[in-house]
Design a binder for this molecule. Structure first.
Ligand code: ADP
Length: 539
């Protein structure tokens, strides 16, 4: 039919081209592995990303080849994001906290051809060198370095590679459904599974990320993605920043509270993003120094549930809004964002706090439902719990290169493995991971709610609730806590705090005091390990 629109593919190279053309002089601040600071901008990132893409071609890479990164959040990592995807290669970001066995597994499973590493992770590359037969070239993300050469004689240096690139390189055009990046899930049980994003899904996800009712980004923002670029593409922020021309302040290895505080104030950061433990660190640094963070407008928190104590501390003491969001590697990751509806604006403070701990509602592009064990669709009444399932433009269809896939529900929805309620407005409350639910006498008890209340206590640094086997009730909750130094908080005092805040039968049967709790590569509690160690403590 006549009179239609241009058929222009949704390509990641268009994001960086736009940022360079219309926001070229906007700063990109980057902390290097040696803590020095590099100041660059979107125009330079584009230039160097193009040179990188052309240099990778000269190394013999073919369209679709995977390039792995083990790197911090810094400007070279950003260039690799755009240079690989823009050049029609795939950027495979790897979490350095994976075990040696898992690192070897994902590199070989992805069939990575190139491995980019920051100097910090040189020992990982040395340890893996005989276990990654398909990697043609390891590239150190920096200038020539004698120590690296001594450790890995065949290593190449990123700055040499850029110097060999073609300044006149043009980004190629191709189908928007082409793969652009690859992330593996943390794999707490079994092997990690790969999620392969496309140019199309990444651009649509970026549009979602910048929307006002989502993470709400604009050209006026300066974003510090503290969430690592190896963790679901730093929640898509590098792409979304390019889409808006926002500034990026990339913190490198400086993820402690004091370093973040310095970066936020020195560069006038407006938005931060990361998992709750990072913000506990920033709060501690703020309280210790008495400093304020006047430029910071909001902090995006996800990855695990966000305790109300954290939300209140940031709002009441520092006037920073916490934006609670939910997502998974399989959802790119943004799936739910806690943004109010008009009816919520006149709520009482208590009602607003009850809302704030929810994971939020779906932005356009994501659909949600909850289902029972038998697959039946359950009511969205805010009370009935079921498995959260999602469907959308940036939700995984099949895992990368795995034949038998058991995760998609029969009718094409993705089963998240999270247990949740959904209210009439679509607000979701995640109560547990399905594998962590506590069923006591046939009733569900939310370990997340119990943990959040415990962590709200000033003298409790970390908390986990597991279902321990019980002769009469099948399972009963047991709380494990890490106390702050010098605290003499007793079991009775901790349990007394629950009275009136949760149904009586939720109150844990026991409190165990431990030195530390085990967290996996992306900061999540390893409850299977806790159940192995403490699951019989009530028998
Ligand atoms: P990521 O790598 O982004 O952490 P994973 O795929 O490893 O993603 O884990 C996703 C899981 O993290 C979700 O299924 C959910 O259990 C948990 N999660 C993410 N965000 C939240 C949140 N805001 N509240 C509670 N749980 C969350």
């Amino acid at each position: 039919m006549l009179g239609q629109m241009m058929d222009k593919p949704l390509l990641i190279s268009n994001l960086i081209t736009y940022a360079a053309k219309f926001h070229g002089d906007r700063d990109i601040i980057s902390v290097e592995t040696d803590a020095s600071i590099t100041k660059t901008n979107w125009a330079n990132i584009n230039e160097r990303a193009k040179k990188l893409a052309s240099a990778l071609g000269k190394l013999g890479l073919k369209a679709g080849d995977r390039c792995a990164t083990i790197a911090w959040n810094n400007h070279r990592h950003l260039e690799v994001y755009f240079g690989t995807a823009g050049g029609e290669y795939v950027c495979h970001t790897i979490n350095p906290r994976l075990s040696a066995e898992q690192l070897g597994y994902v590199i070989n499973h992805a069939n990575d051809q190139i491995l980019f590493i920051d100097k910090t992770f040189l020992p990982i590359a040395v340890g893996l060198k005989d276990h990654m037969p398909n990697v043609k070239q390891v590239i150190l993300m920096g200038a020539k370095d004698e120590e690296a050469l001594a450790a890995l004689p065949n290593i190449m240096f990123y700055e040499d590679l850029i110097a060999s690139g073609d300044a006149d390189y043009q980004w190629p055009d191709f189908d928007e459904n082409t793969a652009s990046s690859l992330c593996y899930t943390s794999g707490t049980t079994g092997h990690p599974k790969g999620v392969l994003y496309s140019h199309r899904s990444t651009l649509l996800h970026s549009y979602c990320v910048v929307m006002p009712d989502s993470l709400s980004l604009s050209a006026l923002d300066n974003i510090i993605p503290v969430v690592p670029m190896f963790h679901v593409n730093a929640w898509g922020l590098p792409y979304a920043a390019a889409m808006t021309g926002a500034q990026l302040t990339l913190p490198g290895p400086g993820l402690d509270g004091a370093s973040l505080l310095k970066m936020i104030n020195e560069y006038q950061v407006t938005i931060a993003a990361g998992v709750p433990t990072l913000w506990q660190g920033l709060l501690a640094a703020l309280r210790e120094t008495g400093a304020k963070i006047p430029s910071l407008d909001r902090t995006i928190i996800g990855g695990t549930a966000c305790p109300i104590s954290l939300i209140k501390a940031f709002k009441d003491d520092y006037d920073v809004d916490i934006l609670h969001a939910w997502g998974m590697t399989e959802t790119s990751p943004v799936g739910l964002v806690n943004k109010p509806l008009i009816k919520h604006l006149n709520q009482s403070k208590d009602e607003q706090e009850a809302m704030a701990v929810k994971q939020g509602r779906p932005p356009f592009g994501i659909d949600i439902r909850i289902c029972g064990d038998d697959g039946s669709k359950l009511a969205h009444d805010g009370a009935v719990q079921g498995e959260l399932q999602v469907n959308g433009y940036w939700v995984v269809k099949d895992y990368f290169n795995i034949e038998a896939d058991t995760t998609l529900a029969g009718d094409g929805w993705f089963a998240t493995g999270d247990v949740a309620t959904i209210d009439g407005d679509g607000f979701v409350n995640i109560t547990d991971r399905a594998k962590d639910v506590i069923k006591s006498g046939g009733e569900w008890i939310s370990s997340i709610d119990l943990e959040n209340l415990a962590i709200g206590h000033d003298e409790i640094l970390d908390a986990a609730v597991i279902g321990a086997k019980h002769i009469k009730w099948d399972e009963r909750p047991v709380l494990l806590v890490v106390l702050a130094e010098g605290s003499s908080l007793s079991e009775a005092e901790i349990l007394a705090d629950y009275v009136g805040q949760v149904p009586k039968f939720w109150i844990p049967d026991r409190v165990l005091f431990v030195e530390a709790l085990p967290h996996g590569g992306t900061g999540k509690l390893l409850k299977n390990k806790l159940r192995d160690d403490y699951g019989d403590c009530l028998l």
